[in-house]
Design a protein around this ligand. Structure first.
Ligand code: NAD
Length: 259
């Protein structure tokens, strides 16, 4: 099997994990990092570039894997698509207008892009089960719990889970409001009747619980990523699968036949 050359955008915790995982997988070869904010010249034994164009033109990867920041992802995505390079994007908190642009550009250029708010296979299954349960309950709340360094809230996974639950049910959930909140915001955020709560604490990695309530019963679905390595099988599966795609695919569930 030929090995897929990849360049990694973002040299933070996730980017570094991708480099380590891709180095030991015979199907992938990590070539370099791009990180506009890094002061380093190398990372995990690979050269590190601050400029997207220079890195891509020097290494000509087949796939760029991006785990960076919502401000940077459009920059690297445009540079990759202009060159016909496929993308696997894990960065969360991306604005809706950029997603529209990404969809249009990937389609026009016939380049595969996989964007997934969560690469943990257990989390994909949690969303799958939540879509099934959504048809049978009128009330639902999501508690997502993440490490203290996470910049966006709610998590992309929590927002997507809520949206998919509503879509599966075909109408908004019924939200239970508090008559008054002695501490503002205590009832959390809302997506079409699904209440969202974001917990941020040192010591956590990425966790999500979906709670359904009905007459005389509740149903709880929970997934825990206990380490960042939990995302790597999904990332490497996406790097391999993106070669077969043209245009934008959102969510690993489509690649796994769960949608
Ligand atoms: N899809 C998933 O399964 C999944 C899992 C974990 C994390 N994430 C997301 O991946 C992203 C990265 O997570 P992380 O934990 O590695 O974060 P991190 O903070 O450890 O690393 C982020 C990297 O992006 C770079 N960066 C930040 N702002 C930038 C900017 N304006 N311009 C250029 N580069 C910039 C930083 O230099 C850093 O190297 C986040 O959006 C996070 O939510 C997704």
């Amino acid at each position: 099997m030929e090995s897929i050359p990849i360049v990694i955008s973002g040299s933070g915790s996730m980017g570094r994990q991708v480099a380590l995982a891709a180095a030991v997988d015979p199907g992938t070869t990590p070539l370099a990092f791009i990180d506009a904010l890094s002061q380093e010249e190398s990372c995990e034994g690979l050269p590190l570039y601050r400029e997207a164009a220079l890195a891509l033109d020097t290494h000509m990867p087949e796939v760029v894997v991006d785990f960076s920041n919502a401000e940077w992802t459009p920059v690297i995505a445009r540079a990759a698509l202009e060159r016909g390079i496929r993308l696997v994007i894990g960065t969360t908190g991306l604005p809706a207008d950029f997603l529209e642009e990404l969809q249009a550009e990937a389609k026009t250029r016939e380049v595969g892009v996989v964007l997934a708010p969560n690469f943990a296979i257990g989390a994909i299954l949690l969303m799958h089960f939540a879509r099934q349960a959504a048809k049978f309950f009128d009330n639902a709340e999501i508690i997502e719990l993440h490490h203290a360094g996470k910049v966006d809230a709610p998590s992309g996974t929590a927002k997507t889970t809520a949206e998919q639950m509503v879509q599966a049910r075909g109408k908004p959930f019924e939200r239970v409001e508090a008559d008054f909140q002695t501490v503002p915001g205590t009832r959390g955020g809302e997506v079409d009747g699904v209440t969202l709560h974001s917990v941020r604490l040192p010591g956590l990695v990425a966790h999500q619980e979906v709670l359904f309530g009905g007459l005389g019963q509740t149903l709880s679905l929970r997934h825990d990523s206990t380490g960042r390595d939990s995302f790597m099988p999904g990332v490497l599966a996406a790097v391999k699968a993106v070669r077969e795609e043209q245009g934008l695919v959102v969510g690993l569930e489509k690649l796994f036949g769960l949608s």
